[in-house]
Design a protein around this ligand. Structure first.
Ligand code: G6P
Length: 612
């Protein structure tokens, strides 16, 4: 989390830095700041608690001129959100400014040592320790900024992407990365740096992704140099971005979240394009690694948040179609569980951003233990995409709303295709079934489009439920994870407590909560558990609870029982999570809007979680 952006060129950098921060706000929005070296070689730094617009407002009457600068939008880890804890942090003598995304694990030891040497600190952040350390090394050793950054990197333990400027060399910026992402954009007249490509794309499509332990030296008018901590030059691999500016704008919608919900007919079309042909699935990642998939004795799916929910659906899909045992783990738990991983295991890492720190760390463990690691990511060129042996991109385009919507349906769609591709390879599923599911996959964009027509009805329905303090979401089989995801969507953007539960487990506890005040959303498409879930609805009704049921069109049995029904098109059972997610996303969105919540930037959250 946290977003960093920087510029070295010949134009005033402030407008670019501010625009870049807005693009990166999805990564955190507790506070923001800029530091720019002016023509008198002074570093002017401005920082404000709150969103980037507060910073902009506070900078209206300030000197923000200068052609080299860095900026930051924060998601607090060490130290509360405040002006003083906001980045950039300055060294004690004010000659060096630094922005940082990540965490310095050994900051308190380093801080104590620096205090003993006479340093004083203003903030309670780990980042200030890093900038003070760099100044201390530069001044004590009488070395260059670059040498001081290299030495500091040897001393710090943790994760970081940093950008550093020094007013004694006012045409140069030093950047470095370890475990947190950093992209460098190269244009004819300027060099840009950012946590991802979104602040860079409108200036250039030529980018370099810095690798771990690499340092970039950006000097005005000179080509980019990249070296590693030991001073060895690294090759510079310039890649071409495939991102467009229009993908990063709201396109007439009130919120990114709504835009992204409505984009799903298109994004699912993009996910499946060229992959489902003539009743068969072709995924290059599977084609190129047939042996690994054939010999796999077990699959472990890892992810966090929504991606973990997609993984739970992936388990059903892969077990059903490929008959390989699958376990699904939170990456954060898995990495510390002394996991048993064998060389004939496949680890599938599911991640929208491709940058989630826990997922990345779990991948490294899996690789060390000899597993074949497969990525299901959205962001092209992201760390997870690069750290995995192979994988399948979900291709849903940039997701900016903090609550994941189109990435979730893209992940589920790709996991469906992956399960089919492995099933085809292992011949564990017959051609007729594969053909029927392929046909269903091809129809998904149209069915999602039809489901989106429910928007007005759901908007009206949402008015009834803004009073609720709690919600229960129930589902079974393929749609138990849909219930978890529906509950997560509601709680993260509306701050209404919501719990997802397997419907049959309700009687072992949550049933005690049911009363007139607790709405229960039941996901009940006509699948092989339909009769069972009808009983669960009856159990809720018998206790005076109110039921909102997501059903297939024409389901009169449930319509007669439930207080409200939302009718979605029928699709093969394994595809139903994609369809039922649409009304659950809309319900959460409209309830949150009615409650006056900021759906694109819910409190305390960030989209890309690059810290543990
Ligand atoms: C954060 C986001 C979620 C996301 C999760 C995992 O919590 O708010 O939307 O599901 O991180 O992120 P990833 O990028 O790995 O899918």
């Amino acid at each position: 989390m946290c977003g960093i952006v920087g510029y070295v060129g010949s134009n005033n950098c402030y407008p670019m830095l501010i625009k870049g921060l807005h693009r990166l706000e999805y990564r955190g929005y507790d506070s923001a700041g800029v530091a720019i070296i002016d023509k008198n070689n002074r570093i002017n730094a401005y920082k404000s608690k709150g969103k980037v617009e507060t910073l902009e407002h506070n900078c209206e009457d300030k000197n923000v001129e200068g052609t080299i600068g860095i900026a930051h939008t924060r998601w607090a880890t060490h130290g509360e959100p405040s002006d003083v804890n906001a980045h950039p942090h300055l060294s004690e003598d004010g000659t060096i400014a630094l922005v940082h995304n990540g965490t310095i694990e050994n900051y308190s030891l380093l801080k104590e040592a620096l205090i003993e040497q006479g340093c004083s600190f203003k903030s309670s952040t780990d980042t200030e320790v890093l900038v003070q350390l760099i100044q201390y090394i530069r001044d004590t050793n009488g070395c260059t900024l670059l040498a001081a950054v290299q030495e500091a990197m040897n001393q710090v333990v943790g994760a970081y992407a940093i950008a550093v400027i020094d007013n004694q060399i006012s045409d140069t910026m030093i950047v470095a990365r370890k475990s947190s992402p950093l992209v460098i954009g190269i244009a004819d007249d300027a060099t840009y740096i950012a946590s991802d490509a979104s602040p860079i794309v409108e200036y250039t499509n030529r980018v370099v992704y810095l690798n771990d332990d690499e340092i970039g030296i950006i000097t005005r008018g000179e080509p980019l140099k990249v070296i590693n901590v030991d001073n060895t030059p690294s090759p510079i691999d310039i890649q071409t971005l495939k991102l467009s500016v229009s993908q990063l704008e709201k396109g007439g919608y009130d919120h990114f979240m709504l835009k992204e919900i409505f984009e799903q007919p298109m994004t699912i079309g993009d996910s499946i394009r060229g992959r489902v042909v003539d009743g068969q699935v072709t995924l290059s990642g599977v084609q190129e690694n047939k042996e690994a998939f054939r010999k796999a004795r077990r699959i472990i799916i890892i992810g966090c948040g929504t991606s973990w929910h997609a993984g739970l659906i992936g388990r059903h899909l892969i077990q059903d179609m490929a008959r390989i045992p699958v376990q699904v783990e939170y990456a954060s738990e898995f990495r510390y569980s002394n996991p048993i991983i064998n060389s004939d295991d496949i680890v599938i890492a599911v991640s929208q951003s491709g940058e989630t720190a826990d997922t990345l760390a779990a991948i490294q463990i899996a690789r060390e233990k000899g597993a074949f690691v497969y990525g299901v990511c959205n962001v092209i060129g992201s760390s997870i995409a690069r750290e995995t042996h192979s994988g399948t991109y979900i291709h849903v385009g940039p997701e900016i709303g903090v609550a994941s919507t189109k990435a979730f349906t893209g992940q589920v769609t790709v996991l469906t295709m992956l399960a089919l591709a492995i099933g085809q390879l292992k011949q564990t599923v017959d051609n007729e079934t594969i053909g029927a599911i392929c046909e269903g996959i091809k129809q998904l964009p149209a069915f999602i489009g039809e489901t989106l027509k429910l928007n007005d009805k759901i908007e009206k329905l949402s008015r009834i439920f803004t009073y609720a303090h709690n919600f229960l979401y129930l589902g079974r089989g393929y749609n138990y994870p849909s219930a978890l995801e529906g509950a997560l969507k509601l709680k993260e953007i509306s701050y209404i407590h919501a719990e997802g539960y397997p419907a049959a487990e309700m009687k072992h506890g949550p049933i005690a909560l049911i009363d007139r005040e607790l709405p229960t959303v039941v996901i009940a498409p006509k699948d092989n558990l339909h009769e069972k879930i009808i009983s669960n609805i009856q159990q809720v009704k018998a206790r005076g609870g109110s039921v909102i049921a997501v059903v297939n069109k024409g389901d009169e049995t449930i319509a007669a029982l439930a207080d409200h029904t939302i009718e979605v098109p029928s699709v093969p059972e394994c595809l139903s999570p994609v369809i039922v997610s649409i009304p659950l996303q809309l319900l959460a969105y409209h309830i949150a809007i009615k409650k006056g919540c900021d759906v694109d930037m819910p409190r305390n959250l960030a989209k890309s979680v690059t810290v543990e």
